[in-house]
Design a protein around this ligand. Structure first.
Ligand code: BES
Ligand code: MN
Ligand code: ZN
Length: 489
């Protein structure tokens, strides 16, 4: 897909379809198209089109202008406009035009710019919406948009912003692909290979094998891997972009992504209904890889560590049994009550490992609990953490990107829920409060290091198409964390 910027008039733009955004009940913006066209629009406005949010009307263009067709798209009420409205409009318009067989499209941006919103939101929405996962289809869909032209005066700032948008959306595609890929083709080894393929001058990748993890004492992580024949791979990426910066800025931000390439539950086996979806239990890891890929491509002035503890969770003959005790890298022992609460086990060791880098902060992103979806549905990430400043920054980025977060508490009382009769802690706190006790478990390993946990169990997979997220893996986390990094000082 080619995205370009052209400073020409709408009427002179040669394309299959020109997108014209409209505000609700306001038909007067595109006067330069001539009176005949104005009349045509007025007719539509009184009948089948009102400019309501995401409303669409495709029509033939007037003879005297160059575009073949015109797509009217509604942005909704003027006082309710936002970056997200524009993004959604971009998604709706792009999908509609693709499905109608349009190849070259152009977007009029005057209205959006006049409202002090960035037209790049429209492009972001359009690019994100056009994603398709076709790896396993013999017959691929031949309806494809080949180019999008933004009708706008170009500038250095715009070129930079466009590069940002294109890099990040392609990282979202990358993450979605990894997540949508079935577990037989996305084993820990496959994930490790993918990580290695990202190596660059500024991005190093190392894979810790099972024996390395044993030497390090990552007993909790290894306890999950025991039930599978697939070798676990503990993937570590280091991005160095902050060279020559003051020591404090040079401290890395550690990003940990849960990377269970398939979660059957282990001996505490899950019900078979819907188990096929547990290939998406590595969505956190995919997001972290996406972020490191984008950060490296954009040469961001920060240092990052990416950690993906990858393994399957299967009930093989040598699998961990409920009641077993594992020793973590930090020395703390864990009684494993439920082998299906495996995410926190691998994350506990990943957090312990991350601390060795003396990070400025740790962020973990994980499809950790079913209770997250119960609480928030598909609409928000559950966020918990021990550092108010970092929590607030993430909340800001969540609002900027519409990868929304909702904070949940870490009350001291939850500690009680995790008391084990024989070990330092147990891995489940019972049904009540299981979203927050899962996070509290991680908190016990993060301790004093600034840390935030993002539970993406409800948002990493969408059950039906959203304006710019097609059904399936959403790739959530990439845009959120990239925005956070952009605003880090
Ligand atoms: N990967 C699951 C959580 C999950 C469930 C993600 C559904 C996405 C959709 C996690 O490993 C898990 O099984 N959690 C258990 C914990 C319980 C045993 C304490 C859960 O939430 O049921
Ligand atoms: Mn599980
Ligand atoms: Zn899991």
């Amino acid at each position: 897909m080619k995205v370009s910027v052209k400073n020409i008039r709408e009427t002179n733009c040669i394309c299959d379809a020109l997108v014209l955004p409209f505000i609700e009940r306001d038909s007067g913006f595109y006067k330069e198209f001539g009176t005949a066209f104005q009349k045509q629009i007025m007719k539509a406005f009184s009948k089948e089109f009102h400019g309501k949010r995401n409303e669409l009307l495709l029509m033939p263009a007037p003879e005297v202008i160059k575009p073949g067709r015109i797509l009217l798209i509604g942005l909704g009420k003027k006082n309710e406009l936002s970056d997200e409205r524009i993004r959604q409009a971009g998604g709706k318009a792009a999908v509609h035009l693709r499905d109608k067989g349009m190849k070259k499209i152009a977007v009029s941006t005057n209205l959006i710019s006049s409202l002090k919103l960035s037209p790049l939101n429209f492009i972001e929405g359009a690019l994100l919406s056009l994603y398709k996962f076709e790896r396993y289809r013999k017959e691929k869909d031949n309806k494809k948009i080949e180019s999008i032209t933004i009708l706008l005066k170009t500038s250095k700032k715009l070129t930079e912003e466009l590069k940002w948008t294109e890099t990040i959306t392609s990282s979202v595609y990358f993450a979605r692909d990894l997540i949508n890929t079935p577990a037989n083709d996305m084993t820990p080894s496959d994930l490790a290979k993918t990580a290695v393929s990202l190596r660059q001058k500024n991005l190093s990748v190392k894979i810790l094998e099972k024996k390395d993890a044993e030497k390090l004492g990552m007993g909790a992580y290894l306890s999950v891997a025991k039930g599978s024949k697939e070798p676990p791979k503990f993937i570590v990426l280091e991005y160095k972009g902050a060279k020559g910066k003051p020591a404090e800025a040079g401290k890395p931000l550690a990003l940990i992504g849960k990377s269970i390439t398939f979660d059957s539950g282990g001996i505490s086996l899950k019900p078979s209904d819907g188990m096929e979806k547990m290939k998406y239990d590595m969505a956190g890891g995919a997001a972290v890889l996406g972020v490191l890929k984008a950060a490296s491509a954009l040469k961001l002035p920060v240092n990052l560590i990416g950690i993906l503890p990858a393994t399957e969770n299967l009930p093989g003959g040598s699998a961990t049994k409920p009641g077993d005790v594992a020793v973590t890298i930090s020395g703390k022992t864990v009684e494993i009550i439920n082998t299906d609460a495996e995410g926190r086990l691998i994350l506990a060791d990943a957090i312990g490992y991350a601390k060795r880098f003396k990070p400025r902060a740790i962020i973990d992103i994980a499809t950790l609990t079913g209770a997250c979806s119960v609480a928030l549905g598909n609409e928000a990430i559950a966020m918990m953490g021990n550092d108010r400043k970092l929590l607030d920054k993430i909340k800001k980025s969540a609002d900027n990107t519409y990868e929304r977060v909702w904070e949940m508490p870490l009350f001291d009382e939850y500690k009680e829920y995790l008391k084990s009769d024989i070990a330092d802690i147990k891995n489940t706190g019972g049904k009540n409060g299981s979203l927050v006790t899962a996070a509290y478990f991680l908190y016990e390993f993060a301790e004093k290091t600034p840390w935030v946990h993002l539970d993406i169990a409800g948002t990493a997979w969408v059950e039906k198409d959203k304006p710019y997220i097609p059904k399936g893996a959403s790739g959530i986390g990439v845009r959120l964390i990239m925005d956070l990094i952009k605003h880090l000082k």
